[in-house]
Design a protein around this ligand. Structure first.
Ligand code: SIN
Ligand code: MN
Length: 222
């Protein structure tokens, strides 16, 4: 595990599109991407199958798997009541550890990284025609970082302001292996995925088409 996520694979400088938001391109090497992709295919076996959460009466275009807490719009629960009622598995330890490293690398704040205790992971699979509309991650009741890892096809990720869905926003290109962290003044930024770029998944990342995104969150729930 330590070799797989060795610090030598993390040489790049964070780019900060706005205070509290950090983009680290190529943060995961191909071997780590492939290893996580393998876990993703295992996770698909359950206990809760991938599903499309219903938002405002319409299924999202992504397929979702949850850890720690089951996310459905506006609430977290321990059981996937809108799928099959099963208890969701805990967030894997390696993912919590990777999240701490992500916070350390992105912010340079050792205390913030040490204190980071993500208790929810939301794994989304985007087919090439999937999108995610502008929204805030706001079911969490503490202002701890959100850590986002991307594998597979690249995406256009829209990072907005904290007030509303409209401009000003910045469009970023999140490629396979990229880390994105939003925290502090950017924690409640509106954000969206406006496009998946087909045929951009690098050979060897473990997934031929579509995009895996994992977000880690600390809910503050007991
Ligand atoms: C999300 O907003 O939860 C996912 C973001 C992404 O797919 O990059
Ligand atoms: Mn989100």
């Amino acid at each position: 595990m330590d070799a797989l996520f060795d610090d030598s694979v993390l040489p790049r400088q964070a780019v900060s599109p706005r205070p509290g938001a950090y983009h680290l391109p190529g943060w995961l090497n191909l071997e780590a991407q492939r290893w996580i992709s393998q876990r993703f295919f295992e996770w698909g076996q359950g206990p809760v199958p991938p599903h499309s959460p219903i938002v405002a009466g319409h299924p999202m275009s992504v397929q979702t798997i949850c850890f720690g807490w089951h996310w459905s719009p506006n609430r977290y629960s321990r059981t996937a009541d809108d799928v099959n009622g099963s208890v969701v598995p805990p967030v894997p330890d390696w993912l919590i550890e990777l999240g701490r490293r992500a916070v350390q690398q992105a912010t340079g704040d050792a205390k913030k990284a040490r204190d980071y205790a993500p208790d929810a992971a939301i794994v989304n699979y985007y087919a090439v025609d999937s999108k995610m509309g502008m929204h805030q991650d706001r079911e969490e009741i503490v202002n701890a970082p959100v850590v986002s890892l991307s594998i597979g096809d690249s995406a256009t990720f829209r990072l907005g302001n904290n007030e509303h869905r409209n401009k000003p926003y910045t469009d970023l290109y999140l490629a396979s292996g990229d880390l994105f962290v939003f925290e502090g003044p950017a924690r409640f930024a509106f954000h969206a995925v406006t496009k998946i770029h087909p045929h951009t998944a690098p050979a060897g990342c473990g997934i031929a088409a579509g995009r895996i995104n994992i977000t880690l969150r600390q809910t503050g729930l007991g």
